[in-house]
Design a protein around this ligand. Structure first.
Ligand code: NAP
Length: 349
């Protein structure tokens, strides 16, 4: 079967590199175009990335000889879909232009996330939000990923929200430096340090889970209705965002009920057997000092959300710790899973 031709926008960045890695030998998709800024355009991906490739496996051979261009839907007319890891300063405008040209966009940027007819798709959590795509007037549709910090948090909340209802949530993040893109946070700011501010992050962490957990009404996404308070911190960890979460429920569950809800959680990706789907989507670790980025990040090829330390909270009802891989589950891997869902559901023609 011929594969669907795709482009990667922002192919040289932290998220872009993950796309290049995860799309190697993909059964549904073939990468034919790589785009980045004018600084990289006109050179082969292999040349540009000689010093910039930050993933432990080699640059895949298929990508090395592709000549990078600046993003332009006219030059990439033969692709059905573009994965976007573009910087937010440019992503909104470029992604809209691709959608207008009939190319579907799977975006990692914040720009379109709060549009009520654009899903923040987390394939196990809210596949039904694809219903709003028919409200988008462009031939190409825009689908976004959530912010990487709340990806694992939202997955952990979904089965609990459905079964027990949620009154309120408080979360404290410890976010990896790769979340700041390349070259990211200066060494002298982060080594041996904690930075208690990441611009715009807390606002995103307080609203995006509500959209993900919301429902579709009259062609638009209506948010779930409970408050979230977020503290976001940058810590000297290379990859992997760890988040401490406290939850107050409408109907307080027992520890066993929460563990069983996580254990039994799965969604459309598992049902459809999508290549990027983690099995299980959630893994609970019983050890008292897990999850840890160094030990648990690669669980399920970086796609499994790892949870631990479920215990009573004297102010809220229960508290726990969530770990997810920010450039895989929180970005390129989740975007690829979303694209696989579109493919299997025949959105790609
Ligand atoms: P990054 O490492 O800074 O990469 C940004 C990419 O955008 C590079 O390929 C860059 O190309 C390209 N770019 C910048 N300006 C451009 C322009 N004017 N025209 C065309 N291309 C341009 O950033 P990142 O961390 O990969 O993040 C990319 C997006 O994903 C951001 O919106 C970010 O918020 C989001 N995100 C990141 C993570 C994460 O963990 N890093 C997770 C989830 C979501 P050059 O190399 O040529 O400059």
């Amino acid at each position: 079967m011929s594969r669907v031709k795709v482009a990667v926008l922002g192919a040289t960045g932290s998220v872009g590199q993950r796309f290049i890695q995860l799309l190697e030998n993909h059964p549904y998709f073939e990468v034919t175009h790589l785009c980045a800024s004018e600084n990289s355009a006109g050179k082969t991906y292999g040349d540009v990335m000689k010093k910039r490739w930050k993933i432990s496996s080699d640059i895949p051979a298929y990508a090395k000889n592709i000549v990078i261009t600046t993003p332009d839907p006219e030059k990439t007319k033969d692709v059905a879909l573009a994965f976007s890891g573009l910087d937010a300063s440019i992503a909104g405008e470029v992604e809209s232009a691709y959608a207008s040209a009939g190319i579907h966009i799977i975006s990692n940027s914040k720009n379109h996330r709060m549009d009520p007819i654009v899903p923040i798709l987390s394939a196990e959590v809210n596949a039904s939000h694809l219903d709003v795509l028919s409200s988008q007037k462009t031939k190409g549709k825009i689908i976004t990923n959530s912010n990487c910090t709340i990806m694992g948090v939202t997955i952990s909340l979904k089965p609990l929200y459905d079964l027990f209802g949620i009154e309120s949530v408080m979360l404290f993040s410890m976010q990896a430096i790769s979340g700041a893109g390349y070259p990211g946070v200066p060494t002298m700011d982060i080594l041996g340090n904690v930075v208690p501010h990441i611009g715009g992050e807390e606002e995103k962490a307080e609203i995006e889970p509500l959209k993900c957990l919301g429902k579709v009404e009259n062609g638009k996404i209506v948010h779930a209705d409970f408050p979230i308070s977020a503290h976001c911190n940058r810590v000297p960890v290379f990859d992997g965002h760890t988040v401490c979460v406290s939850v107050k429920f409408k109907k307080k569950p027992s520890k066993e009920e929460i563990l069983s809800a996580w254990k039994n959680f799965s969604g459309e990706p598992q049902k459809l057997g999508l290549p990027q789907a983690p099995n299980p989507p959630i893994l609970y670790r019983e050890e008292e000092d897990r999850p840890q980025p160094r030990l648990d990040l690669e669980t399920g090829r970086g796609m499994t959300t790892v949870i631990g330390r479920l215990r009573p909270d004297p102010i809220f009802d229960w508290k726990y710790v969530v770990l997810s891989h920010n450039t895989i589950r929180g970005a390129a891997g989740a975007a690829l899973l979303n694209a696989e869902l579109l493919y299997k559901k025949n959105f790609l023609g």
